[in-house]
Ligand binder design. Structure first.
Ligand SMILES: Cc1cc2nc3c(=O)[nH]c(=O)nc-3n(C[C@H](O)[C@H](O)[C@H](O)COP(=O)(O)O)c2cc1C
Length: 184
């Protein structure tokens, strides 16, 4: 192992990457749907099933979630990489990202936000709480409905040879997970 040096504050979060990257769809009071790309997402409770997404107040999605109290976490794959990057580079204040990316909105089953057809799984959430954490807000969502493509979600886990999940490593760089299981 080489020597370990201090890492600049602007780079410390990168020590946690690559991070699994998802698309969060939402709709605000105007009824216009939006998509944001986020890497800061995690489960926080099994029963009740809860997850958290960390979204900056500057994002249009932040406004939508505060207005509607709902959102959907959609799981994208390598096949829609360009759309994932576009949803993380453009704001819904100026762009209709469904039109811009050719992603297809599907009606949510339990929430007003649309799901994204091209994603392999969807976790529909109702807002359960929110906390300001520095320059982001942690929105905790109660998962009220979840569904997945059973061709790639097999025996309770993704078949990584088929489901090319995206991990953000920094900038416009994404990596895939090695589709190999090592037993501990
Ligand atoms: C790979 C990637 C990951 C990102 N992760 C986050 C995140 O976790 N939280 C966040 O607030 N913004 C994140 N962003 C930035 C937003 O996606 C970006 O600012 C987006 O344009 C905001 O869209 P909106 O204004 O339509 O909500 C990420 C961007 C990329 C490309």
């Amino acid at each position: 192992m080489s020597a370990k040096n201090p890492i600049n504050t602007s780079l410390v979060t990168r020590l946690l990457h690559p991070m699994h990257t998802v698309l969060v769809s939402s709709v605000g009071s105007t009824g216009k749907p939006n998509i944001i790309t986020i890497a800061w997402v995690m489960p926080t409770s099994a029963n009740p099933p809860l997850l958290a997404v960390s979204i900056a107040p500057t994002r249009h999605t932040h406004t939508n979630i505060e207005e509607s109290g709902e959102f959907i976490v959609n799981i994208p794959t390598l096949e829609i990489l360009q759309a994932v990057y576009a949803c993380g580079s453009l704001t819904g204040r100026s762009f209709d990202k469904f039109k811009k990316t050719n992603l297809t909105p599907l009606p949510g089953k339990k929430v007003k936000a649309p799901a994204i057809r091209e994603c392999i799984a969807h976790l529909e959430c109702e807002l359960d709480g929110q906390f300001i954490t520095g320059d982001h807000t942690l929105f905790v969502g109660k998962i009220v409905e979840a569904y997945a493509d059973m061709g790639v979600f097999i025996d309770g886990g993704y078949e990584l040879k088929k489901a090319h999940l995206l991990y953000h490593s920094g900038g416009n760089n994404f990596v895939l997970m090695e589709p190999k299981i090592y037993k501990a």
